[in-house]
Design a protein around this ligand. Sequence first.
Ligand code: PLP
Length: 410
Amino acid sequence: MTSFVSHLESALDQTHLDAHSIQTLHRDRPLWVKYDLDRVAAAMTKERVAGREPTMWRYRELLPPPSGAELISFGEGMSPLLRCPRLGGELGLENLFIKDESQLPTGSFKSRGLAMAITMAHHFGIRRVALPSAGNAGGAAAAYAARAGMECFVFMPEDTPVINQYECVQAGAHTFRVNGLITDCGRIVREGMEAMGWFDLSTLKEPYRIEGKKTMGLELAEQLDWRLPDVILYPTGGGTGLIGMWKAFAELASLGWLNSEKRPRMVSVQSDGCAPIATAFDRGERFAEPFPDADTMARGLRVPAAVGDFMILDAVRESGGLAVAVDEGRISSWMGQSIRAEGVAICPETAACIGALEQLTATGWVKPDEEVVVFNTGAAQKYLEAIEQPLPSIDLNRPLDWESIDAGTP
Ligand SMILES: *Cc1c(COP(=O)(O)O)cnc(C)c1O
């Protein structure tokens, strides 16, 4: 079986590890998957890629599964890149795009990472996996585990959106609610490893979820005809998506596939209810302190301590970008603004990015004519708890009153 992976490499100290066996962390920190890019360049051409099925697997030479490995997939990607002129206009931007990941299997971009992680775990003969999840990762893991015929254990904070709890249970995962945060759930997974014999699928604790999420960056470049936008806003929890996209851009540049030198300024967005990365960025630090009393309705952002903190901060700084925190109290209003302006139902995590854009256009950090891409990482429909609007009712015992229906107040 051919693979273009050369080795795995510690993100902390560049130690090389063998990619032919299953690996986790090195000195408690994540690993990069490294490719033999000369061989990739010889085997993969833009024309070949263009002729393949429109899924994330079309970039297969730049992905870890060896040829012939069984892919555990529901056909994920490519997600649409939607031009948003009305929302852009409200924010003072002429070229705003939303890349709508809510259309992916299980309704979030988590499917990219977990399709890859579970494909590789399955390839290495793993039969039992476990992970902590604040929401969408659990649902995606449960679905891909079911598709692979694998056993899956999910540990969630007890206030995780109810849809995420049900999607895990319904896909047959052993699902538990924990009276703590995602970091407490992560500890259960770690402590149970020996007694339970499960493989830890936590964010960045195995090397392949980044490779799945990297495909967002590959796809974006292809959709823009192999150039990149000026600014990318990405709602950051564990940070895999941001780290993965930054890696994708570096790999495309090494392959000589990008039509211009320009790389986007990466903006990592958090809520001020849980902002460890934004705090470390402001303080000029490379490692983040655990964020105290973390709470936000954007559950995917409620990660008080990220094992890949330095990878996120390195990428943001290298790109000339920023890490910002926005007002938790305004997240629902930014959700509403997007769906009313464009019909795109954005999740609370992405709503934080709209808030960040509001700040960054006001200060002039983002210029009106710059090309800006916001990632809608998940489907708003999964957050029943965030929808508070009671509907006006119609009483059939009374005559219909068109005037008040027109006004929305029957
Ligand atoms: C998990 C999640 C995030 C955060 O993603 P990371 O790559 O872990 O930073 C953002 N939005 C949604 C909807 C999520 O489910």
